[in-house]
Design a protein around this ligand. Structure first.
Ligand code: FAD
Length: 379
């Protein structure tokens, strides 16, 4: 259970039940999943059916209807147990959020209940030539009568190995568009990314779309919308979700490091009484608290519909990812040989956290956005 602070709302029953369900679904198997590179599909389907993977979807559409803040705590809890599962959660939530923002009411009523009914989704914008610069994407979505045709090659789609639905961004009619592609559609080829550095069971895959023909109703929104606007819509959810996931990584690292430092004795006293080790523990605690507060602020902006939502989310993602990467390295340092084993919670955190500095807007891209904001708001 996460720390609560003065002024924090009381935990919702749905959240408490969500923590318990995540505990029972993971059941201490995160290390095993990391080593095998696979989360059992029934675990993901059950988490999906219980609404845990996209918990902000409204109750009337079958979702849990959690606030951003409560969904954040759920995401952090998943992140503290297993970053691969949390990554699948981020993809599913990002798909649901994109549908919520862009789909018409009929599409929302058809698709969102599927996403809270156990079907799994992944989101694709990146391509080999379009990483930080998504505007360089070459995937095309052509409207042809009452069909759309998708042609292109997406890379590193988290959860695509497990997904039933692929939410795909492409160039369309002088602008851009988003389509929902069944993974089973003729012309879709999914190939797993081999040996990822971290989040090894998150099912990253490269996906080729060979003239995939779909009904026009697969298109979300109107063709020819501005690409940056579409991508930013999806990324906003991805960023806040990753940020909360990093809070979970920091909580797991702080707990593992503190427990080890309290129990292991060297030179006649517990490790935590050696001041240089205590310094690591203090830094870890501070990192966890700062990241959690940055995320809580961003979620408060989401829940209030504040115009500060975008910059608060980028800030939370940047602060949390950086702290998670440095915090996980500090935790490995405190455990030393005890944590220097593939699959161990701090070893996993060390690999997983590094990736958080790359995805959903790398450190550098976040810095550019924050710098622009600093200049624009200078007095
Ligand atoms: P590049 O864009 O080539 O960048 C390389 C380096 O240059 C980085 O340090 C970057 O910050 C820096 N750089 C680039 N441009 C600038 C600039 N203008 N100013 C300053 N620095 C710059 N994509 C999806 O579509 N869906 C997913 O679900 C998904 N999941 C992912 C999961 C993982 C674990 C990983 C590693 C990637 C995932 N991606 C996904 C891809 C991810 O979005 C890209 O890796 C990311 O956008 C960076 O692109 P790139 O790797 O091509 O790096």
């Amino acid at each position: 259970m996460p720390d609560r602070h003065v002024g924090d709302p009381a935990p919702d029953d749905r959240l408490t039940e969500g923590f318990a369900l995540l505990d029972s679904l993971v059941d201490g198997r995160a290390e095993q999943w990391d080593l095998s590179g696979e989360i059992p599909l029934e675990v993901l389907r059950t988490a999906g059916e219980k609404g845990l993977l996209c918990a902000q979807v409204a109750g009337e559409l079958g979702g849990l209807g959690l606030s951003s803040r409560d969904n954040g705590e759920l995401t952090a809890y998943a992140g503290s147990l297993c970053s691969s599962l949390r990554s699948v959660m981020t993809s599913q939530g990002m798909a649901a959020w994109t549908i919520q923002r862009l789909a018409n009411p009929d599409q929302s009523a058809a698709l969102l209940p599927e996403l809270v009914g156990g079907r799994l989704a992944a989101v694709g914008f990146s391509e080999s030539g379009a990483g930080s610069d998504v505007t360089a994407m070459t995937t095309t979505i052509e409207v042809s009568g009452d069909s759309v045709v998708v042609t292109g090659h997406k890379v590193w789609m988290t959860a695509a190995h497990y997904a039933d639905l692929l939410v795909v961004f492409g160039q369309c009619e002088g602008g851009a568009a988003v389509v929902v592609v069944p993974a089973s559609a003729p012309g879709v080829h999914v190939e797993r990314v081999a040996d990822p550095l971290g989040c090894r069971a998150a099912g990253h895959a490269n996906v080729r779309f060979d003239s995939v023909r779909l009904p026009l109703s697969s298109l979300l929104g109107t063709p020819g919308m501005p690409l940056p606007l579409l991508v930013t819509t999806a990324l906003a959810y991805g960023r806040i979700s990753v940020a909360w996931g990093c809070v979970g990584i920091l909580r797991a690292c702080r707990n593992a490091a503190a427990r080890h430092a309290a129990s292991r004795v060297q030179s006649g006293k517990p490790l935590h009484e050696h001041q240089l080790v205590a310094g690591h523990l203090a830094d870890l605690y501070a990192a966890e608290q700062v990241a959690a507060q940055a995320c809580a602020h961003a979620s408060a902006c989401w829940d209030a519909g504040s115009p500060d939502q975008v910059v608060a989310t980028v800030l939370a993602k940047h602060v949390s990812a950086g702290h998670a990467a440095r915090g996980a390295a500090a935790a490995v340092q405190v455990l030393a040989s005890a944590g220097a084993r593939d699959g161990h919670v701090v070893a996993r955190a060390y690999r997983d956290a590094k990736l958080m500095e790359i995805i959903e807007g790398s450190n550098e891209i976040c810095q550019l956005i924050l710098a622009q904001h600093a200049v624009a708001t200078a007095q």
